[in-house]
Ligand binder design. Structure first.
Ligand code: SAM
Length: 292
């Protein structure tokens, strides 16, 4: 087996050979610890039958571990300067395809149909660029891609918000949006020292396992998310206050909002952060007819 890319010595040698300079604006913090990479991959539960989609392969540190444990890896990389490096570092692996594109613009569904036509088990595994963590996760979930789930490194603060339970200070519309589609767990806290350059914030790895059906039944997903966002607009305000000030024509519809809160068994004086997904679903289903 070839030498791992993700050792401090080999990474430095690769970067020097290509005169590569990190772009902070692209969230380039590369992993230089093989043990951490192996753990990340183990959380994904891959087999030779699995496919892996990686976002931001960098110089291939994680890609190589994925290539060794799955049937095929497709990696989206935005930075053209990394393409010749990846062609070199990943040359020993014939089951890797690098696509030069911004993952937020790429036709990921189309790529999946083309690259994984017969693969039943596909996981997204990534050390995400931190400047676009949330848009990337939300895009992958909202598109309802046929993936089993996502295992990714991200800012610990965002991991806390994603996996937060009702009543905690981190619980908000992001927790609800992600938990609606997936079972979310923080599986590892990661020190800054395993990256080069070191990021300014602490990191964590989360595992999102896609649910076969969303966690709750809602009449209209868009409206459900609109209600949850409105409910957290100002965290110190009551639900009633947030809903009347944030929903379209909310002020004129105050009586209907109070009625919907009562019918769904939610005290108007509660704060959004105390409501479970089930309560938000009931509430948005009751409110729905008054806003459509
Ligand atoms: N996977 C490598 C590792 O773990 O060492 C690099 C991870 S680094 C945190 C993030 C990578 O994502 C960089 O290679 C960066 O160029 C790439 N990237 C940034 N924005 C991107 C985007 N919108 N689409 C695809 N790749 C992106």
């Amino acid at each position: 087996m070839d030498k791992d890319i993700a050792t401090p010595v080999r990474t430095r040698a690769i970067l020097e050979r290509y005169g590569f300079s990190f772009k902070k604006s692209l969230g380039q913090n590369f992993l230089i610890d093989t043990n951490i990479l192996k753990k990340i991959v183990s959380f994904a539960g891959l087999t030779e039958e699995s496919g892996a989609i990686e976002i931001g392969p960098g110089i291939g540190a994680l890609t190589e571990q994925l290539a060794r444990t799955s049937g095929k890896v497709v990696a989206f990389e935005i930075d053209q300067r990394l393409l010749p490096i990846l062609a070199d570092t990943l040359a020993p692996y014939d089951n890797v395809k690098v696509i030069h594109n911004d993952v937020l613009k790429a036709d990921v569904m189309g790529v999946m149909e083309e690259e994984f036509p017969d693969t039943k088990d596909v996981m997204v595994v990534a050390n995400l660029p931190y400047y676009v963590t949330t848009p990337i996760i939300m895009r992958l979930l909202e598109e309802q891609l046929p993936i089993r789930g996502i295992v990714c490194m991200l800012q610990k603060e965002v991991a806390d918000r994603i996996s937060a339970a009702p009543g905690s200070k981190d619980y908000g519309s992001l927790s609800i949006a992600v938990q609606y589609y997936t079972k979310a767990e923080t599986v590892m806290i990661v020190p800054k020292t395993v990256f080069v350059p070191q990021p300014n914030v602490d990191s964590a790895v989360i595992r999102l396992t896609r649910r076969e059906n969303p966690a709750v039944n809602v009449k209209d997903e868009h409206f459900f998310f609109q209600v949850t966002k409105a409910s957290f607009a100002q965290r110190r305000k009551t639900l009633l206050n947030n809903l009347t000030s944030q929903l379209p024509d909310g002020k004129q519809k105050k009586a209907e909002i109070i009625k919907a809160l009562e019918t769904s068994g939610v005290d108007p004086a509660r704060r959004g952060e105390t409501l479970s997904l089930e309560e938000f679903a009931r509430l948005s289903n009751e409110l729905y007819s008054h806003f459509h």
